[in-house]
Each structure stands twice: as structure tokens, then as C-alpha cells.
Design a binder for this molecule. Sequence first.
Ligand SMILES: [Zn+2]
Length: 459
Amino acid sequence: MQLYIRNGRVVTETHEFEGGLLVESGRVAGLVEGNPDHAADEVIDAQGLLILPGLVDAHVHFSEPGRGHWEGFRTGSMAAAAGGVTTIAEMPLNASPPTIDEDALALKRIAARQSIVDYALWGGLVADNRAHLDGLQAGGVAGFKAFMCASSTDFPRVNDSVMRGGMEQIAAFGSFLAVHAEDEDITGRLTADLRNAGRTDRLAWGETRPVDAELTAIEAAISMARLTGARLHIVHISSAEGVDLVTAAKRSGLAVTAETCPHYLFFCEDDLVRIGPEAKCAPPLRSSARVEALWDRVLQGEIDVIASDHSPCLMAEKTAGDGDIFRAWGGISGLQSTLPAMLTAGRPRGLKLTDLVRMTTGNPSRLFGFHPRKGALAIGADADIVIVDPDAVFVLQAKDLYYRNQHSAYVGSAMRGKVKKTIRRGITIFNDGAISKNAGVGEFLAGAGSYQSIRAHAV
Ligand SMILES: [Zn+2]
């Protein structure tokens, strides 16, 4: 055996048991109950520690090519490793060019070679690149992402007809559409109103993006899924009511999934007031009552995926909003903090570790068709493993972050649950606070249905 991780507590989506794992040739070769001896080249004693599948983060922005000074695949993937994340799916916007055609995808493939974790790449659906969707799919994108409200100028939002046409096409080749669901009419009008009224304070940000805007857009997206038959994923839902719309759609037989982010569960809008621009995101942080309602949906099993929506920027793009929240970059750098944040906020509320594993490893992997190769501690699966000290307490400091720009809303937060070791396909890439010198590089994971994925999944 290449590796024997022993004497810990193994957690899968369905089970928890005292024991360990055997790894051979980068794959899980056995699950071991109890603490028997096994001959292995390397033995890791995980006494008192949790052994989980490596996280699959379905939603990160590494901003490369073109904006590598914001993050980049090297630093972003190092932060992933430090956070126990062994696979990331990188979004089509914030890079320049955005990943909306075949040439841009080729450039992103080159930038992504610096990643030390395995990676998938999203393609974009914008107004109007429908002529390039087939090419993006053939190039192995893991799924498609669209904005229903205004985003960056180089990633224009979709109107109803582009969204409908795009969904028909995406459904035809068996992929799916993920949407940022906030209604443009509502957010645009409220933004204009509050800015005209001279509002610059932190709470004004949330007032321009009320839950109604989210619900209106989710309803529209679900209607479109019903009309087109396309599979739909709603990213970063910030409200229980939003989750309820997805749950109702699922019950009516539609293939719709719900994602939320740790920051909607760890922080509330009081934290936006307290922390300032670092905690600005869209949809915005909600009231503490709404946070608890969202937690209720998490505990009821109605959230499919928890993803970071890691959205880095230069420090100056956050401090620009010190006097006027509207001037700050909207996005939270959170990739490295997902696991500690969810353990910290989740365990006092009764979150089961098996459920956390399902939402952060198994389900995101299924979303892209990577399961059970990714996101599973099962024989034959890639040996992507994170070893966690559930009782270690720490206060996150900026210097601990591997991001290119060491700032985050989570800095200063007291956390309980620390990543000790991260293993990608049997190779230790993060160990006790340091990235391994021999981490090597990650592999590209093509989306299900593309030619590449058929080859890659020939396990
Ligand atoms: Zn995002």
C-alpha cells in the first residue's frame, strides 16, 4: 500500500466510524474499521481527527487569465488546499477574457495548469454567445453560468429570449445552466433610488438587493426550466424563501438544485455593518432571523450544494468602499474558510458531519458528473482526502491566507475546526500549515457528456 491513514474518524455522506483508509496508486483501496495494522509506505496516525473526502468547491473565481493580480490559479489553488478543497470548478467571469467562447476556454486551460488541485471550468452564457455553446461543451466545460442581473460589462446578463434559447441548447447536449438569480428591474431601480437619495452607508447595499429580487428571479428561472426541460442550478441562494421555491420545483419533478454559501450561514447583515466592504456580496448578507431560517433549510436537507463563491479582488477595491459601500468590489474571499466556517457555525446548530460532507463533496461532484470518482471515500475513487482537527480553535489572521491578496471577511473570526492535512489523489499537498513542495499539479476534469469526460471517467 502507498498510504494508510489510521486511527481516526472516517466521515462519508452516509456513515461515520472509527477507522481509516488505504490508498494505492492515488485511489482509495479500502476503508478500514477499527485500528488494525497494515503494511504501507506511509502511515498517518489520525487519532482524534476527522477523515473526510476532499471538498469539491463548485463555485470559485480565480480571475485568470487577465486578472491574475486579483487571484490566479496558483494562489487560489493553494488556498483551496489549505482549506481542505481538492477539486474546484472555476467560474467563467472575472477572468479577461471571460470564458464565453472556445478561444477564451483555451486560454483558461493554459492558466489553469498552475493549479495544485484538480479543476473543472465553467462556460458562460451571455447575451449573446449561443453560437459558441457547442464549442464550449465540446471543450469540456463542466456547466454553464448566466447572470439574470447586471454583472461586469464583459459578462452581459441574459434577457429572457437568450436565456430560453441557451437553456434549450444546453439541455440538448445534456449539460445544465447555473444562474445568479437577482431580478435586474428590482435591483436596478432600488440602486438608482438609493444612490439618488445620497445613501452610501453599508445597510444601503442590502436595501438595493432585497429577498424579493432573489425570489422574482428564481421563479423566472424555474419557469424557464419548466418550458425548456433544462437542468437548472441556482447559485448562492441567500434566503429560506429562495430555497423553498427550489424545493417546490423539485417536488413538481423539475431537475433544479440549490446552492448556498458559508457566508450566508456564518455572517448576517450586522456583520456587513461591523466588517464593512469585505463583507459586501451579492445577494447581500441577510438579517440574523433570515440566517436562522436558511439554517433551518440546511438542516432539513433542502440545500444541495455549499460552495464558497470565492470572489477575490485587490485590497484597494475593498477599501474604495470605506466611505461609500457602492464603490467597493462585491464579493467575498472565502475559499479557504468553507470547512472551518461550516464546522464552527454548524455544529452548535446540530449540523451532522455526514450532511456537511454531502453538501460540500458528494453533491457538487454529482452536479458535474464527477461522482463517484470525486467527492467520495469509496474503493476506486480518487484518494482526495482532508484530515481535520475538529476541536482546534483559532482566530483567522490575514497572514494565514494563501490568497494573492490576503484579505477576507473571515479575518478576525474565531473558528473551531482546523484543516491539518489535505491529500489530492494520494499526494499530500497541504500539511500542518504549509503547502507541500512536491504538491505537483491538478488535473482538468471535463464535464459529463463531453468527449473528454467519457475518456476521463473510464475508471
Ligand atoms: Zn460567483
